[in-house]
Design a protein around this ligand. Structure first.
Ligand code: HAM
Length: 424
């Protein structure tokens, strides 16, 4: 009887070794940059109670209305697979008393879940690396986060392929006044709007500015501008941020239509976008959310952060650096013929004892030499060690340098010191 294959859920990917090697490279660079600014890792649950996201992200957002994976657990409690990390990070900070008269610079990384229509760069399970700074209201921390992200792009070699878009959406009061003005404007063009914009007009008005429809975009050119409704403090905050970015030579484009899809933002919002990935070009996005901690039950705590979409970052990195290869191993140990295996295992363990960072793969199958040679090259090994039955008889071993093609015969007792000299 033929058993049907079980397949992964649509939009949820496996990441195979050729991919994970790229991710490890990216993640190690990001973590190095985060450490250089004094950010610490926080690890958070993947499941949270559903009201957390409804309260934090906003009930009338696409994420909460259409995209959350929510279900009742065995006790009848509604739980949700996190669609993003900020809400959980704030919940954890309040619960663990991290915000009492303290500044916190935190980062987290992990899987997020949104029931969106899968396409290149958009998945139902995707990975984010999020960075959040709490307890600082000055625009210098907004600038720090932007500088930190720019440093990540530089270290990854993708700076020329990514642009910063920036806006200020002001305070809630300013936005409410603007919303009324925008509704009034949109009402005069109601018959010209598409279904999506008409739906959003009264529920999530500012998101109409996000429309991808070129005709409606053109209509919106004459709409009232959010910048004209900004409160004085928000205007000053934004001017200060722009000055800091100018002084540190960070290029940006002020996009007056940038509003973001989650409800918790105020003042600064920003996105790093690329033209190289098609329609899903936002690689990193974030902004300030000064009222969220209070809204979730904590004390008033200013906050700002962003999250990088790691799939999109990996796609861009591979596009810009198509030749990137990282070797899985340094040394491949080929074993040929009877009685060689146990010596090879012992020798391999000794090599790992003396060189803890050595990446060594030992062959156990006794495949033909050519096959083992191909495997060594596939894994990017620099050296190829061959223990054959004949050589073992004379207590010798063969070492091949795969970069130069040079070969040397070593006495078995000398092999450890010779490899230490070559590899450390
Ligand atoms: P977001 O804009 O919803 O913000 O997501 C941040 C980034 O995650 C996006 O720019 C994109 O790169 C990636 N992303 C989002 N959805 C998907 C998807 N379905 N597939 C692949 N990648 C995706 C947030 O999540 C906020 N929590 C960011 C933040 C942190 N704001 C302040 N602190």
């Amino acid at each position: 009887m033929k058993v049907e294959n079980i397949q992964a859920i649509r939009g949820m990917n496996d990441y195979l070794p050729a991919e994970t090697i790229v991710w490890q490279k990216i993640e190690s660079i990001l973590q190095q940059v985060l450490a250089s600014y004094g950010y610490s890792e926080i690890r958070l649950p993947i499941l949270e109670v559903t009201p957390l996201f409804k309260r934090a992200i906003g009930k009338v957002t696409d994420v909460v209305e259409k995209e959350m994976y929510s279900f009742e657990d065995r006790n009848g409690q509604s739980l949700t697979l996190r669609p993003e990390g900020t809400a959980g990070c704030v919940r954890a900070g309040i619960e663990n008393g991290l915000f009492y008269n303290q500044q916190q610079r935190l980062w987290y990384s992990g899987a997020m879940f949104r029931h969106e229509r899968p396409q290149k760069g958009r998945y139902r399970q995707f990975y984010q690396l999020g960075v959040e700074a709490f307890g600082l209201s000055d625009s210098s921390i907004d600038a720090e986060l932007i500088l930190l992200s720019a440093r990540c792009w530089k270290a990854l070699g993708i700076m020329d392929h990514i642009e910063l878009e920036l806006n200020s959406i002001g305070s809630l009061v300013a936005r409410t006044a603007y919303r009324q003005a925008l509704i009034k404007f949109l009402e005069t063009y109601q018959d010209k709007l598409d279904k999506d914009c008409r739906r959003r007009m009264y529920t999530n008005t500012l998101r109409v500015l996000d429309t991808k429809d070129p005709y409606i975009q053109q209509l919106l050119d004459n709409a009232p501008k959010l910048s004209e409704y900004l409160d004085k403090e928000s205007k000053q905050h934004f001017t200060d941020l722009c000055t800091l970015l100018d002084q540190t030579k960070i290029k940006y484009r002020i996009n007056p239509r940038l509003v973001r899809g989650l409800d918790y933002y105020n003042r600064t919002v920003f996105e790093w976008v690329t033209k190289s990935l098609g329609s899903q070009g936002t690689v990193c996005a974030g902004g300030r959310y000064d009222t969220l901690v209070e809204r979730l039950g904590g004390r008033e705590t200013p906050a700002v952060g962003f999250a990088i979409g790691l799939e999109r970052l990996a796609l861009l990195f591979k596009k810009v650096q198509p030749c990137f290869t990282a070797s899985i191993i340094d040394l491949y140990f080929a074993v040929l013929g009877e009685n060689t295996l146990s010596i090879a295992i012992q020798l391999s363990e000794t090599l790992r004892n003396v060189m803890p960072h050595l990446k060594l793969m030992t062959d156990y199958r006794g495949d033909k030499l050519a096959k083992q040679f191909t495997r060594a090259n596939k894994y990017g090994a620099r050296f190829f060690l061959i223990l054959s039955k004949d050589k073992l008889a004379t207590k010798q071993i063969l070492l091949k340098n795969l970069s130069t093609g040079e070969q040397e015969t070593l006495v078995l007792v000398n092999v450890v010191s010779r490899l230490m000299a070559l590899l450390t």
